[in-house]
Design a protein around this ligand. Structure first.
Ligand code: ZN
Length: 385
């Protein structure tokens, strides 16, 4: 593919689309993507293509290696082709919840996977309008991510916090006795009608959502009526999974809406709740068994997944923390009971929330060895009052 790449204008923006297949627990996302491409001059023309295209075009291995090494030849290009990504239902939401938006590397991982396009609307609402038609050098691309991590991290973190609040409640992450016999959806309804109220729903804006029935999630990204019938039938006979039976897809420019829809769809898949990994404390959706305790992410620099080493690590830590966790739970239960018995008392509820928040920090300090057990006990005593 030889194109006069740098003079090409691209389509401005297209929405993010989602379809959740609840029976098979799959989610399909469609969005346009910024992709890493390689720019070279060849035969007097610019070449801007993917790594695969580069390998096909440049025959010599030495030349290829040189190009792949040279950062000045790497460009991020907004791809007008829309891609469909298939995952276990809940993957996007968990990825969002697990991203530290103030951390460049973490944010870059999220953006590399889902593209800058996915954050465009949220950033635009807050005064940062990214020009998607631009072909970006590697440095410019990184600079945009750096800018998001330093100036717009708070906005993204506050959206994340709203979803974490709802996920923690609805999936009863902290094992609240009161809710142990309710399904996630039932807890959501309780949240909706009680004074507790869902925080994620405040982000919901129906005017920003489109329902599309004249579209689907097939991997054919081509215009209607553009391929011969015989050709499509032949292709399908080989690869049935090319078609996703999606009666409708839901689209929005705004990631908040997509996350909210995904969250609500997930609440209806009762058997597979969102969990928090017992080792790394990241959110995940179990892939096979409902009673999985550990996620499939690589744990720190061990080269192993939490599932592989989680149990060992957990036991190691548990011996140290047991006492601490029990003390925390006692105080937590006391505060919770007070809230349950005095549902109108806003101060009690607030104190419980503050206590939970403060504990997260304290727990981290303990884990990093910045706080001793004695100091922890002192802190707990103070919090009891
Ligand atoms: Zn984990």
């Amino acid at each position: 593919m030889f194109i006069k790449a740098l003079s090409q204008q691209k389509i401005i923006e297209k929405p993010i689309s989602i379809f959740v297949d609840k029976v098979n627990r799959r989610e399909y996302l469609r969005f346009s993507k910024y992709e890493l491409r390689y720019k070279i001059m060849k035969d007097g023309m610019y070449f801007l293509g993917s790594e695969g295209e580069l390998k096909r075009t440049v025959k010599s291995t030495a030349e290829k290696r040189q190009i792949l090494k040279d950062e000045s030849l790497m460009y991020y290009e907004y791809d007008e082709q829309r891609i469909t990504v298939e995952n276990i239902a809940g993957t996007l939401l968990c990825d969002f919840l697990n991203t530290n938006f103030s951390d460049f590397a973490d944010l870059k991982k999220f953006i590399d996977k889902y593209s800058l396009v996915i954050l465009k609307e949220i950033l635009k609402e807050n005064g940062f309008d990214i020009n998607l038609t631009m072909i970006l050098t590697k440095t410019k691309y990184d600079n945009i991510i750096k800018e998001i991590a330093t100036k717009y991290n708070d906005i993204l973190e506050s959206i994340k916090e709203a979803f974490i609040y709802d996920v923690d409640n609805c999936y009863n992450i902290y094992n609240d006795e009161l809710k142990k016999d309710l399904t996630p959806y039932e807890i959501y309804v309780v949240e909706m009608f009680s004074n507790k109220y869902s925080k994620a729903i405040k982000l919901y804006d129906p005017t920003k959502i489109y329902l599309e029935c004249d579209n689907d999630m097939t991997v054919y990204h081509i215009g209607f009526g553009s391929v011969k019938e015989k050709h499509i039938i032949e292709t399908l006979n080989i690869e049935k999974s090319l078609i996703v039976p999606s009666p409708y897809i839901i689209s929005s420019l705004d990631l908040k809406q997509i996350l909210f829809i995904e969250f609500k769809e997930l609440l209806c898949i009762e058997k597979f709740p969102i969990k928090k990994c017992r080792n790394c404390e990241k959110y995940f959706v179990p892939d096979k068994r409902t009673d999985e305790l550990y996620c499939n992410n690589l744990f720190e620099d061990t080269g192993k997944t939490c599932k592989e080493i989680g149990f060992f690590k957990y036991n190691q830590r548990k011996l140290k923390e047991d006492d601490v966790a029990r003390l925390y739970r006692n105080t937590y239960q006391q505060k919770l009971l007070r809230v349950v018995r005095n549902p109108e008392n806003v101060a009690y509820r607030l104190q419980l929330e503050l206590f939970k928040e403060a504990y997260k920090e304290v727990k981290e300090k303990m884990a990093n060895g910045k706080m001793t057990k004695e100091e922890f006990k002192e802190w707990l005593l103070k919090m009891k009052k």
